[in-house]
Structure formats: C-alpha cells, structure tokens
Design a protein around this ligand. Sequence first.
Ligand SMILES: Nc1ncnc2c1ncn2[C@@H]1O[C@H](COP(=O)(O)OP(=O)(O)OP(=O)(O)O)[C@@H](O)[C@H]1O
Length: 418
Amino acid sequence: MTEEPQKAKEFTITLPGPDGTFEVIALLEHNEDAAQHPRLIKVSKRPLPSPRPASTTERETRVVLSLGSGHQQAAHFFEDVVSPILTTLYGEEGMLTLKIHTTQSATTILELTNEVLFPAANGTTGKPLRILLLSGDGGVVDLVNGLSSKAMSSQYVAPQVALLPLGTANALYHSINANAGANNKWGLHALASSTSKPLPIFTASFSPGARLLVDEARVEEALPTDEKGNGKLHGAVVCSWGMHASLVADSDTTEYRKFGIDRFKMAAKEALYPSDGSPPHPYKGRVSVLKGSDDWTALPEEEHMYVLATLVSNLEQPFCISPASKPLDGSLHLVHFGPTSGDEAMRIMGLAYQGGKHVEDPAVRYEAINGLRIDFKGMEDDGRWRRICVDGKIVRVDKDGWVEIRKEERRVLDVVVA
Ligand SMILES: Nc1ncnc2c1ncn2[C@@H]1O[C@H](COP(=O)(O)OP(=O)(O)OP(=O)(O)O)[C@@H](O)[C@H]1O
C-alpha cells in the first residue's frame, strides 16, 4: 500500500503501545503561528507483525495543566490532542486511572508537589510517579523546588516528567530537543517513552534580606531558608543578574505577556535605550566564579551588563545562549559582558540567535564553571539593579547582600526523553 505524501505542515508521531502488540500513529498539522500548538488530524492503531516486549513501567501517571502558561492553551491542547492519543494508547479504562490537576493560581504546582507528589516520590504514599507537565519552565522550577524542599528518604524515587512545552520560552524543552530545529513535536514524541535522564539542577543561596518578588513585583515574600538561615531556591535553567534578569522581571506583567515571546525583546529595547537618552545601566558589584570545588576567582571588572550562568543551551528555541551545553549534560556555563551601548548589546544578543555565535565575540566571556557568586557590597542603591533571576523567578537582594549558586548533586526529578 502506498501512503499519500504528507503536506509540509503535517507531521506524524509513532508511539509504541504498552503491551507491545500495536503502535499508535498520530497525524498532526502545525499551526501557521509556530507559537500555537498543532492540531490533531487523526489517530489510529496498527498491529505489529511481531510483538515487542511490553512496557514494564509501574508508575502512577499524573497530568498537570498550567492554565496561566504561555498562550493559556494547556487545557485545550490536552483535550484536543494529548487525551485522544493517550486514549488510543491506554484505552478508556487506562484514562480512568489518570489523575489530572489543573492550576488554580500561581502557587498550585508548588502546593501539589508539597502535598501529593513529594510524599509519593518519597515512598510514604502511592507508587513512583510519571508526570505529564503542560507548562513552561515555571512548572518545572516549581516541581524542582517542591521536591527539593524536604529531606529525602532512602526510598525516594525521582518522578519522571514528560515535558509538553505550553509556556512562552520553554528553555528546558528546547534545549533537550535542540536538534529538532523547526520540527517541534510539542513533546508528543516522548509520551509513551519510559527512557529518562536525571535533570541537572543548581542551588542558589541568598543573603538573609533577599526577597522573592511576586504578582508583578507588587508583593514581596521571604524565601525558603537553609540550615544557616540563608534564602534558597533551586533552578534547572538559568541564574542571571543585569540585563537578562531585568528584562525577564520587567516583562512579567499581564500587559507584556500578551505579546508572547516578543515580550523579552520589547523589554530589552526599553532597558537598552532609556527614554532620557542615557546609555544602559552599568550594573555594579563583585562577580566571582567557582572552578573545582572551592576555588573562587573574582572577575577584574566591577561594572557589568550581562551576567548569566546556565545549565541549558537554548533560552528560547532560536536563542542559543550556550552552544557548548549538551542536553542534560550537567555543565554550567557563564556568559558575561561588560557595560556597553544599546546598539552593541543588541549586536551581541543578535549573535545568540545565529546559533550561539556571541561566544566567539571578544567582548564576551564564556566558560564552564561550577558556581557563580555576586556580592553587591553597597555599590547599588536602587533595588531594581539588584534583581536576580532564577528560572524566571525574581529575587531582590539587599544592598550589602550576595547570591551564590552551585551545581546541586541531588537527583530529584528525571526527564523523559524519546
Ligand atoms: N491558574 C493560574 N492562575 C494564576 N497564575 C497561574 C495559573 N497557572 C499558572 N500560573 C502562573 O503562570 C506562570 C506560568 O509560567 P510558565 O513558566 O509555566 O509559563 P511561561 O512563563 O509562559 O513560560 P516560560 O517560563 O517557558 O517562558 C507561573 O508563574 C504560574 O505560577
């Protein structure tokens, strides 16, 4: 039988059935707007001529739909695309065992993790978990922070998370699937995979006065603390100060969010070309990098524009911030440049959209590190210049405060890969 040639906008996903006797074929169509999810054209089952081994995963599956993420399409994508595929794979009975959680507020995923997911992972209730997460990077960071906040028992089994990129930037998803290029399969290709890899994470410690800014910075919250009383947050993507942190913070408003991924570029322009015609702000503080386990070296400069440490290669699908980072390899890279004009900063950032060519530019310091520390030493009076970004969360450090990040050894979450 000859199959009809597929139109360019169509793509097929083939998934193994759980008992090894059939596979599921889903035909989908990309949306004209690449930021919008694809449409399911049809889904069908095909018996396999020779059965494969059945899947042995004994995990309880939970679906998390983050309604506030990206274009707010998580529930539609699940109903229209993911659910019919899962029904074909696991049958109506299988679907009845799925537990579906929908976010009601910005704190739902953290609460769900603390109350339900961590106890199950820790062996106190339920089976090991598989989480189908329809959100952006914010959902992942909430999972990571919830799972890391309490002491793990020896029975702890890291939940597996399958990422379906329903956020705006989806840095972790696009870094894991960096080879897909424009052929974004929206995580559907990994839906039936039981192969997973540990998610590398970092821990950020903050001096005690640091505050988490929430609700468009209208509200300040204390951070969770470590045994020394320092604030602490975990991340899986990025920790930054300077231009990157400011543009993430300034663009996280309902107004800006209407512009989707363009919100970052819009906020960057505002920061780089202040309305009074002055040059962009030179961020003042002492920056040190960690090599080995205790070898801190201070950078010679005390003024900076871009200070960013990342565990991933791509902060957006086309924005390659760290070309040497490989998917889930656990490397941490510093990207740094000093104060400069708006035009020069735009030129350097433009190179990142060309596959990460900025790292070859003489103005940019790019190196593998094990940690990063920023000491403010009273050099910045205005709190807006002391904002730190951890995977999209914004923390304002006090005037004489500091932040220090290090790679975290603990394995709290595994990511499903196809
Ligand atoms: N029902 C809801 N009500 C209010 N806020 C919500 C709700 N659901 C999610 N949120 C919040 O919306 C934000 C969504 O963040 P997320 O990172 O998932 O998406 P994004 O910011 O669009 O994508 P990315 O981080 O990949 O750019 C989070 O702060 C989350 O807590």
